[in-house]
Ligand binder design. Structure first.
Ligand SMILES: Nc1ncnc2c1ncn2[C@@H]1O[C@H](COP(=O)(O)OP(=O)(O)OP(=O)(O)O)[C@@H](O)[C@H]1O
Ligand SMILES: [Mg+2]
Length: 230
């Protein structure tokens, strides 16, 4: 089966203070549809940069990323954005909910932007699924951190993406709430077959994912060669 996410010899280099700075180097791996992958590594090792490249939010200095077989950096920016909209959802460490909209309205928004008529029913169903049926009309500021993250997860999942990217989705949560959020992501990964690629510092949470990719100073240092095969 072809990988749904495939990185080949991916590198990112920037100019910093007149000097070239290597942020990522020679990263190659593949993720099959329905798998869960944790990206681990110390602060500054390049995790967020890698996630941004995989999702086509940032442009690499070398190498390729294929999503569902499409070379995303061979497309122009519009085509890349369309592909992202069709395939990918995002959950960020800082939730990024719209503060003036209720939980329900936040989750309805991506459906409304797609012109879906039953946005309200679908959004409600997903919010119930993440355990927030009793918080539909709350504004984000009246929700706890864990609840806000569950709204953000509902918003990402409501459009049924094939791939969900999450950058430290538990970084702003206490340990027990963080575990619940990871369980929820894994549950949705299992139930909907969504491919899950998440960044975390937490070894225990990472161990709950099917596979791990470890970064050290911009290089993949998995215990065995991480090729994405097998
Ligand atoms: N545009 C840029 N210009 C210069 N340096 C950058 C740029 N983007 C990232 N870096 C540097 O690259 C390194 C990797 O950054 P990145 O955000 O990917 O790390 P991270 O592993 O996600 O860290 P954290 O766990 O703290 O979120 C950092 O040292 C960062 O300062
Ligand atoms: Mg980061």
């Amino acid at each position: 089966m072809a990988a749904i996410v495939r990185a080949d010899d991916l590198g990112k280099q920037v100019e910093s203070g007149g000097q070239p700075l290597v942020i990522l180097e020679a990263i190659s791996f593949g993720v099959e549809a329905g798998e869960s992958l944790a990206i681990l590594g110390a602060s500054g090792s390049g995790k967020s940069t890698l996630l941004g490249l995989l999702a086509g939010l940032d442009v690499p200095s070398s190498g390729t990323v294929k999503l569902d077989g499409v070379d995303i950096f061979a497309c122009d920016e519009d085509a890349r954005a369309r592909l992202r909209g069709r395939l990918a959802g995002f959950v960020f460490q800082s939730f990024q909910l719209l503060p003036a909209l209720t939980a329900l309205e936040n989750v309805m928004l991506p459906l409304e932007l797609r012109g879906q008529r039953d946005a309200r029913q679908q959004a409600e169903a997903v919010l119930i699924r993440v355990g927030l049926g009793h918080r539909l009309h709350h504004l984000p500021k009246h929700l706890s951190g864990g609840e806000q993250q569950r709204v953000a997860i509902a918003r990402a999942f409501v459009v049924q993406p094939k791939i969900l990217f999450a950058d430290e989705p538990t970084g702003n949560l206490d340990a027990s709430t963080g575990r619940q959020i990871i369980e929820l992501l894994l549950e949705l990964n299992r139930a909907q077959g969504t491919t899950l690629i998440l960044v975390t510092h937490d070894e225990a949470l990472a161990a709950r994912c099917g596979r791990q990719l470890r970064l050290e100073a911009g290089r993949a240092v998995s215990p065995r060669p991480f090729t994405g095969e097998g």
